[in-house]
Design a protein around this ligand. Structure first.
Ligand code: NAI
Length: 242
């Protein structure tokens, strides 16, 4: 379904990004994963059989270089998955002002940077942008004000960008996962009280595996999703159904 397509996945060395990369490769895409940590990035790239490009999504020049070098090498860009992100726990009184800035910079501005750098090439390929938001971009979540603000921003940015570029043939969508077992959440999900909170809030009464997010990301990048734009799709075991 993704044969002859070229995709960039930020934060693709671990967790959800790695699962998306793996799915894209299985379905025939050429994939470049991008991230801050060279060692993990290279390990994952070798394991999956794709390329790694070191890039901090909060540095616009680095993001531009990532996109330009991908197009130089593969001749085109069909999809960018803006997946890189960090978690945040604690009320606004507990959180430092620096932490707010960092979370917004990575989780929201990083999504804009990836989109802005990719758009000139996506116009050529009539490609797509896929943002990884969160259920906490659709509903409030306790104890994560910066994270919820950033993800809420990603959700509405996705709608806005979809409208701006609909006539240029670029589709823009986001995926809003519920809790997924990844390096970001491992420490929290290991705590019984937190795990019980997540399980009780989730109609399906379990967390997701990263692979359960890969399928929708693959579908959204494929031609099967040719009329889908401006949507924010929950993949959440029913969390936002109530
Ligand atoms: P993860 O920690 O495994 O993946 C995040 C990746 O982003 C890591 O590889 C990390 O190195 C990279 N990254 C962080 N800051 C970066 C920066 N400045 N520049 C480049 N790369 C950077 O965690 P996970 O869970 O796979 O997260 C992926 C996305 O999914 C994030 O946007 C997260 O907010 C979102 N998400 C995760 C959920 C979960 O329960 N795990 C639920 C909903 C959304």
């Amino acid at each position: 379904m993704l044969k002859d397509k070229v995709a960039i996945i930020t934060g693709g060395a671990t967790g959800i990004g790695k699962a998306i990369a793996s799915k894209y490769i299985d379905y025939g895409a050429e994939v470049v994963i991008a991230g801050r940590t060279e060692e993990t990035g290279r390990e994952t790239a070798e394991e999956l059989g794709c390329e790694f490009h070191q890039c901090d999504v909060t540095e616009y020049e680095q993001v531009e270089t990532l996109v330009n070098s991908t197009v130089d090498e593969y001749g085109q860009l069909d999809a960018i998955v803006n997946n890189a992100g960090i978690g945040q726990v604690g009320s606004i009184e507990e959180m430092s002002l620096e932490e707010w800035d960092t979370v917004i910079q990575i989780n929201l501005t990083g999504v804009m940077y990836g989109s802005r750098a990719a758009i000139p090439y996506l116009k050529d390929s009539e490609g797509c942008i896929i943002n990884v938001a969160s259920i906490y971009g659709l509903v409030g979540g306790p104890g994560s004000p910066a994270y919820s603000a950033a993800k809420g921003g990603v959700v509405n940015f996705t709608r806005e960008l979809a409208i701006d570029y609909a006539t240029e043939g670029i589709r823009v969508n986001s995926i809003c996962p519920g809790f997924v077992e990844t390096p970001m959440t491992d420490d929290y999900l290991d705590q019984e009280q937190f795990y019980e909170f997540v399980r009780d809030e989730t109609p399906m009464q379990r967390v997701a595996e990263p692979e359960e997010i890969g399928g929708i990301a693959m579908f959204l990048a494929s031609d099967e999703a040719s009329y889908i734009t401006g949507t924010n799709i929950p993949v959440d075991g029913g969390w936002t159904a109530h």
